[in-house]
Design a protein around this ligand. Structure first.
Ligand code: G4P
Length: 286
């Protein structure tokens, strides 16, 4: 589902998340393992404020495993606990409870000292649209929770869902917007399929994606499209892929829209293997 984020929606979404945060002990910030920075909300630190947080690098099954490892180290270096997960199959989810307990031990010990009855840890899943929030809630809850509140204006009654005995989640996630201002971020979101009904130009997204693949995964491109030598000029690369895949219009001209759709579909469905479109090296300052 594509959400149109207008300033009013953003303010409302922020208010809703702020309200939910008051109810919980810990935030699970869901990001896309292929683009951990571009799939974050620009104001997340401010919104979460002092609540403990775990960054969950979701869709790790689609990301380059070596790069995901680097991202885990990156967050670790910044003292931000992070786990790589696959919400669809459930890989990595056990660690979420273990780590939450570890992070909240002092708080819960203090509560016990004061004679407060032990209770489950309360958590909220937060993330931008399509990052996998509903999938994760359903997987953790082991039941199908209807996808509601996916529009920032929708208010539903808060309910807790149990995850084993020690953890409970708010059944509706916190939905926040991505960083729209930066065009590069937009290209990355579109390439990975986070922006579905694309608001960017299809051919421009593909130029970004092909340039990235050319620099970082040239062999995958060569294999997938049976190319011996990757041309320097991106238009020549487009032409070669288009020709190889029969994306031509009458007169033998390359159909660039069709070629773009094909390349993006193949990237999103992992036909070029597991890919990461962001590397920690480029984010050392943040
Ligand atoms: P949201 O609530 O944050 O908006 O996201 P949602 O759970 O709806 O997930 C968005 C899409 O991402 C879904 O695919 C879902 O199956 C997929 N997904 C979620 N987690 C993972 C994961 O860990 N690995 C993989 N491979 N996919 C995951 P969908 O509904 O089929 O949409 P689409 O595939 O057509 O985009």
């Amino acid at each position: 589902m594509t959400i149109q984020w207008f300033p009013g929606h953003m303010a409302k979404a922020r208010r809703q998340v702020t309200e939910k945060i008051k109810l919980i002990d810990i935030v699970f910030e869901l990001v896309d393992a292929r683009i951990p920075m571009s799939s974050r909300n620009p104001m997340i630190d401010e919104i979460i404020s002092s609540k403990p947080r775990i960054v969950l690098l979701n869709k790790a099954d689609k990301a380059d495993a070596a790069i995901t490892k680097q991202w885990l180290e990156y967050f670790n270096d910044k003292d931000i606990p992070a786990i790589a997960i696959d919400a669809q199959t459930g890989t990595g989810l056990k660690q979420i409870t273990t780590l939450s307990k570890e992070l909240l031990k002092a708080k819960f010990d203090k509560m016990a000292e004061k004679g407060i009855k032990p209770r489950a840890i309360r958590a909220l899943i937060i993330g931008i649209p399509n990052v996998g929030k509903s999938t994760l809630i359903n997987r953790l809850a082991k039941k199908n929770i209807t996808k509601t509140g996916d529009r920032p204006g929708v208010t539903t009654a808060q309910q807790w869902v149990k995850v084993g005995k020690e953890l409970e989640l708010l059944d509706t996630p916190g939905i926040l917007w991505p960083k729209f201002e930066d065009q590069l971020v937009g290209f990355k979101l579109a390439t990975t399929g986070a922006i579905k009904d694309t608001i960017l130009n299809l051919q421009e997204i593909t130029v970004f994606a092909l340039n990235f693949l050319k620099d970082h995964y040239p062999n995958r491109l060569k294999e997938r499209y049976s190319i011996d030598e990757i041309p320097d000029d991106i238009v020549d690369l487009f032409d070669e892929i288009g020709k190889k895949r029969g994306c031509v219009i009458s007169g033998g001209q390359i159909d660039y829209d069709k070629t773009s759709e094909l390349v993006l579909r193949e990237i999103r469905t992992d036909k070029l293997g597991r890919l990461s479109f962001e590397i920690p090296e480029n984010f050392q300052e943040e």
